[in-house]
Design a protein around this ligand. Structure first.
Ligand code: QAP
Ligand code: CO
Length: 171
């Protein structure tokens, strides 16, 4: 297992649209294990392959308090959406920033699990919000796209400054 490097906003690679996974094999399961390790270490509740610069339709999530409910979704598709809920969202690719985003409160999602078996899941609340946030990543979309241009630019500027300082310190 290995911890993976997480891309940070405004890295243009976060805007890549991911391609469907063709085969669920041991290589993919190894990537899933690395993504869980990366997410738990952060710690976070969701991570999309896009964020680790792998442009396949794959995400991992675990919203449990004890990190004991890992869920990997391969080629996820939202079949139904219901209701609206506003959540203070964060993102491992936008470290240190949280903003309110409105999304469906309940969803039905279809995906392949780690064994390549098709599953349909009805999710609600934080799990539903997290799955929608992560599927957005697979389409090159970030939660900051839902806030005002002014707020997004402020976040962009602060993160670029932090990133510049970190690269300068490394030399
Ligand atoms: C997406 O995000 C999410 O800024 C997952 O400094 C988050 O796991 C969906 C994190 C909230 C719905 C609600 C963020 C960790 C983790 C940070 C995450 C940070 C350290 C974010
Ligand atoms: Co995110």
């Amino acid at each position: 297992m290995a911890k993976l490097k997480i891309l940070e906003f405004p890295d243009p690679r976060l805007r890549t649209k991911a391609s469907p996974v063709e085969v669920v094999d041991d290589d993919l399961r190894a990537l899933i294990a690395d993504m869980f390790e990366t997410m738990y270490a952060a710690p976070g509740i969701g991570l999309a392959a896009t964020q680790v610069d792998v442009h396949k339709r794959l995400l991992v999530t675990d919203i449990s308090a004890n990190s004991d409910a890992p869920l990997a979704l391969i080629n996820p598709v939202i079949l139904e959406k219901d209701g609206l809920v506003a959540t203070d969202e964060g993102c491992l690719s936008v470290p240190g920033f949280y903003e309110e985003v409105e999304r469906a409160e309940q969803i039905k999602v279809r995906f392949l699990d780690r064994d390549g078996v098709e599953v349909e899941l009805e999710a609600e609340g934080l799990q539903a919000v997290c799955i929608q946030h992560e599927i957005d990543h697979l389409d090159g979309k970030l939660f900051v796209d839902y806030i005002s241009e002014a707020k997004r630019q402020r976040i962009r500027k602060k993160l670029l400054k932090e990133q510049r300082q970190l690269t300068a310190e490394a030399t």
